[in-house]
Design a protein around this ligand. Structure first.
Ligand code: GLN
Length: 497
């Protein structure tokens, strides 16, 4: 059921701010009315949750923002959708994204780009929305971040393969959690790169993010990569052992040198510094740490994610489901490579085609050793870097003298993004390289499967020099913890709010 979402949502928004979905373009489909009222005793009763359009639903299409799935409706709900419905949540609708989750700006979508709804109060008061510059909501889960930022739903689910929850959350000024790999079920999530894909959560506050996480954080036998009860219990015991959450004076925060490159704009640097200073005032200990494999993580991510994507995208052949472009009149129907190519040429967008070519190349006999295997090695080095600095990991306990005062740290904090939301006009036709570079701060936690939370930071008094208008745009800080330490990561996030 595809309807004019804009008209339906405008009345709700008009009393609040002059933004409606027509100008934000976050929703691609709004949910049909639910037949029965939910039980008021349920934990998410009354909470409206939007879903990235890569999360399968039986009552709405799941397009993944691709021409290939324009008319696809799943025969089953994703496990996360079943859990949300059972907890009493209202599924608000499906949210725009980059095609199959590939992108950082939400400009690669058959539904069009998502516009960042953020408005600084001073600007909102003086410049009408229609006359304001349009900025990117970030990607690939731009619709999820924009819908939450504009107040179109109470929370949203996203996905995060290399930063797609944290980057748009930072650009739009909302909270975005990428949980540890394997904690939230991927059953019913359209796959991009299986060894990296996670379901993310976006909300205006940490408390609401946690409420949704608590519902979704359970083992799912339908997902072969879902973490077992035992490994979940062991991880939270380790994290508890390491830091009794809520006591800032015993908290050790690692500040990784590699995540504060000289290219970081002063307005971002100053806000993150101010946030760290606040935590220090609360009694936390700031520990400079080094994660030396970080500079190689981005290239490794793009090799591995594209390799897995090239394999996942093979299912969109035009034969089983999704778009099918028939043979031209007069030619017999066939199942040849030419027939697949006909459908795929039309059904897939340019960014997806680029990833398929890159991924297929890295898996060929000629390139395998130099690209795919090297990237796997870098992935291991990135994981080892993290294991060395966290005190909850056995590795760090074996390396007490690793230059960290004899102890590891409980979490790391760093900027979520290298810039504030860019203007849409400047990035629309971007060929990708600049967009790829924006993932540099988010991909390491993805490669290592660690929990990472982007929290919007309040504007500080001294933002550094530069364009006044730029200074008001949201900036996010990321809190990264050891695998399974969501409780600690969210508790530190709350101190930043
Ligand atoms: N921007 C990254 C990419 O394009 C990450 C995407 C994601 O996390 N889904 O691959």
């Amino acid at each position: 059921m595809r309807i004019n979402v804009a008209r339906r949502l405008t009345h709700r928004l008009s009393s609040w701010r002059p933004v409606n979905d027509a100008s934000v373009n976050a929703f691609v489909c709004i949910a049909p009315p639910t037949p029965s009222a939910p039980d008021p005793g349920l934990p998410l009763n009354g909470v409206s949750v939007g879903l990235k359009d890569m999360i399968c639903t039986t009552d709405m299409p799941t397009t993944s923002a691709s021409g290939m799935l324009r008319d696809f409706t799943s025969p089953f709900d994703a496990t996360v959708v079943t859990l949300l419905r059972a907890a009493g949540a209202h599924i608000a609708g499906k949210l725009n994204c980059d095609e199959f989750g590939m992108g950082s700006l939400n400009v690669h979508s058959i539904h069009g780009a998502v516009v960042n709804p953020f408005q600084a109060p001073s600007v909102a008061a003086s410049v009408p929305w229609t006359e304001r510059e349009k900025r990117s909501a970030g990607g690939s889960s731009g619709g999820s971040a924009a819908a939450v930022a504009a107040g179109l739903c109470d929370a949203a689910l996203s996905t995060d393969t290399g930063g797609s929850t944290r980057l748009p959350a930072a650009y739009c000024g909302v909270v975005g959690l990428k949980p540890s790999y394997g904690l939230i079920s991927r059953h019913g999530i359209v796959a991009f790169a299986d060894s990296l894909d996670c379901v993310g959560i976006m909300a205006p506050t940490i408390a609401r993010t946690k409420r949704i996480f608590d519902i979704l954080n359970r083992h799912d036998p339908a997902d072969p990569t879902s973490a077992s009860h035992d490994s979940r219990a062991a991880a939270s015991a380790r994290a508890f052992d390491s830091w009794s959450s809520g006591v800032p004076s015993s908290l050790r925060i690692g500040v990784p040198a590699e995540y504060f490159p000289s290219e970081l704009p002063p307005r971002i640097m100053s806000r993150v510094r101010a946030a760290l200073a606040r935590l220090k005032e609360l009694g936390a200990t700031l520990v400079p740490v080094s994660l030396p494999a970080t500079p190689y993580a981005l290239s490794a991510y793009y090799v591995l994610a594209s390799a897995e994507a090239s394999s996942n995208m093979a299912r969109y052949s035009g034969v089983h489901y999704g778009m099918h472009v028939p043979a031209p009149a007069g030619e017999p129907p066939s199942m040849t490579a030419a027939a697949y190519a006909r459908t795929r040429s039309v059904g897939l967008g340019s960014e997806v085609k680029k990833r398929i070519l890159l991924g297929t190349y890295s898996l060929t006999a000629d390139a395998f050793d130099n690209y795919f295997l090297q990237a796997q090695r870098v992935r291991r080095l990135v994981s080892e870097d993290f294991a060395r600095v966290f005190r909850a990991s056995a590795h760090s306990r074996d390396n007490r003298d690793a230059g960290m005062g004899g102890e590891g740290v409980d979490v790391l904090i760093h900027p979520s993004a290298m810039r504030v939301a860019p203007r849409l006009g400047e990035v629309d036709g971007s060929d990708g390289l600049d967009a790829y570079v924006q993932d540099v701060l988010t991909v390491p936690a993805s490669l290592a499967g660690l929990p990472a939370l982007s929290v919007p930071l309040p504007a500080s008094g001294a933002e550094g020099s530069g364009d006044e208008d730029e200074c008001v745009w949201p900036v996010g800080a990321s809190v990264v913890g050891p695998w399974g330490a969501e409780e600690a990561v969210l508790a530190v996030g709350e101190m930043l709010e």
